[in-house]
Design a protein around this ligand. Structure first.
Ligand SMILES: [Zn+2]
Length: 457
């Protein structure tokens, strides 16, 4: 590249030299006359003068450009660096938020606010920094200000929902969630949060509508939607029954059972209402179907009640008929053991408990064994041995929340400890088959607090 440039310069210089020599060899004169003025000159001098004039013109033009353009360029550069500094403060502020450094975050937030004339961006940082520093009012102010701009309104609502939940103001949180849902009904956390909140306050119908929208928008899978709808119907059927519309309550329970017979609470609700209405036969049919999918002691109790049988020996036959639909499940053996115990068939009870317990009998099996030994009149040592085994036996199946793992005495649609709906399953610990992935659960906040407010007990 450089050699090419040198070569070009050589050519230009040679041509210029040749031209000068050529002109010097051919001296000529130029004479100009104008209004009594007369100018005599040689051609060479005239050419040089012309070149000098052109050079001066170019120089003057450049000088003019520099003088006129400079202030603007200066201002531009200043603004640019102001913006740059603003963005640097913003970046550092966000990094401080991520690192959990409240003081640093607030310092950078203030500077970014001064430097950048873009409130939407800086507001988020200010809100997060205030939140981190525990400045509730500051965070609320910033989040509320975000509602003014259509681009940040949704983010502002998200922040406000979190704030309201932390303050324990469910009504306020629900109001914000409804607004957020109107803005973006396709966003998973909005659908899940609104649904859970509506369920928490018992707005079953509204929750149903939210769920329908969620399913239409493919935020909730068809399978999960079906189960949730069935559980909502269970709750609606309870509310309807309280309003003394038992026919409607039964209809809702039947609809729920058609949707999700694999949920114990659904089968139980339907059978319960059938027994109440005196339709023991249909109740038994429903429980048999439910038992095949998901057996539970409450269902066995209800089945016996539906049979109307009171003779202990005949009750064993009734239970046998039920468990034939799911023979190998531990619940089936436990139900038979219980019935045998009540009929004073100790050997039969022991046999079923042994099968149910296997190599490491869980608590329920140990306790029932102790009861069998006690009632059959065995030695106290044997009873004590089983009771001792019960204390460090593997945990039983229980109503456990698949979202927070909390254990509950009885089934309820809303988990008392995490506020999630429809997450209680009859399971042994550590066997959560279907835990929701974190992104679909309502993780409302940047902080470590749970998204839901535990319901008052
Ligand atoms: Zn829970």
């Amino acid at each position: 590249m450089t050699t090419l440039r040198v070569l070009i310069w050589f050519v230009v210089a040679a041509v210029a030299m040749l031209l000068a020599v050529w002109l010097a060899e051919r001296p000529g004169t130029v004479t100009a006359e104008w209004h009594g003025w007369r100018l005599d000159s040689s051609v060479g001098v005239l050419l040089v003068a012309l070149l000098v004039l052109i050079g001066l013109c170019i120089g003057g033009w450049l000088l003019y450009r520099w003088i006129v353009g400079a202030p603007f360029a200066l201002l531009e550069g200043w603004g640019e660096s102001r913006k740059k500094r603003g963005y640097r403060e913003l970046t550092q502020g966000l990094a401080a938020v991520a690192a959990g450094d409240a003081n640093e975050a607030q310092k950078h937030a203030r500077k970014a606010e001064q430097l950048l004339a873009e409130p939407p961006i800086t507001l988020l940082l200010s809100a997060q920094a205030a939140q981190l520093a525990g400045d509730r009012d500051g965070a609320n102010r910033a989040f509320t200000a975000m509602l003014e701009d259509e681009h940040t309104a949704f983010l502002g609502l998200r922040g406000l929902i979190g704030q309201a939940l932390r303050e324990g103001d469910q009504a306020k949180a629900l109001g914000y969630a409804e607004r957020a849902f109107k803005l973006k009904p396709q966003t998973p956390w909005v659908v899940h949060s609104l649904f859970d909140m509506q369920a928490q306050v018992g707005q079953w119908k509204a929750a149903q509508e939210t769920l329908d929208t969620g399913m239409r928008r493919k935020v909730v899978t068809a399978d999960r939607g079906r189960t949730l709808k069935a559980l909502l119907l269970v709750e609606r059927s309870r509310a309807t029954e309280q309003d003394r519309h038992s026919a409607d309550a039964l209809m809702q329970a039947r609809e729920a059972f058609a949707l999700a017979p694999e949920r114990i609470a659904v089968t139980r609700r339907f059978a319960e209402l059938l027994v109440k209405g005196g339709d023991g036969k249909r109740a038994q049919k429903a429980i048999e179907r439910g038992w095949a999918l998901a057996p539970h002691p409450d269902l066995a109790k209800l089945y016996l009640e539906a049979s109307g049988e009171s003779d202990p020996l005949k009750r064993i036959g009734v239970v046998r008929r039920l468990v034939s639909h799911n023979e190998n499940d531990i619940e089936s053996h436990l139900a038979l053991a219980q019935a045998s115990l009540e009929a004073a068939l100790w050997g039969e009870a022991r046999r079923h408990l042994e099968v149910a317990g296997g190599t490491s009998p869980p608590v329920r099996v140990c306790r029932l064994m102790a009861e069998v030994e006690e009632r059959s009149g065995a030695e106290q040592a044997k009873v004590r041995e089983w009771l001792a085994r019960a204390t460090d036996a593997p945990a039983d199946r229980a109503w456990r929340c698949t979202a927070c793992a909390a254990q509950h005495e009885a089934w309820r649609s809303v988990c008392e400890s995490c506020g999630a709906f429809g997450t209680l399953q009859w399971r042994a610990p550590g066997t959560f088959g279907h835990v929701l992935p974190p992104e679909t659960r309502a993780e409302l906040e940047f902080a470590d607090k749970p998204a839901h407010v535990p319901l008052p007990r």
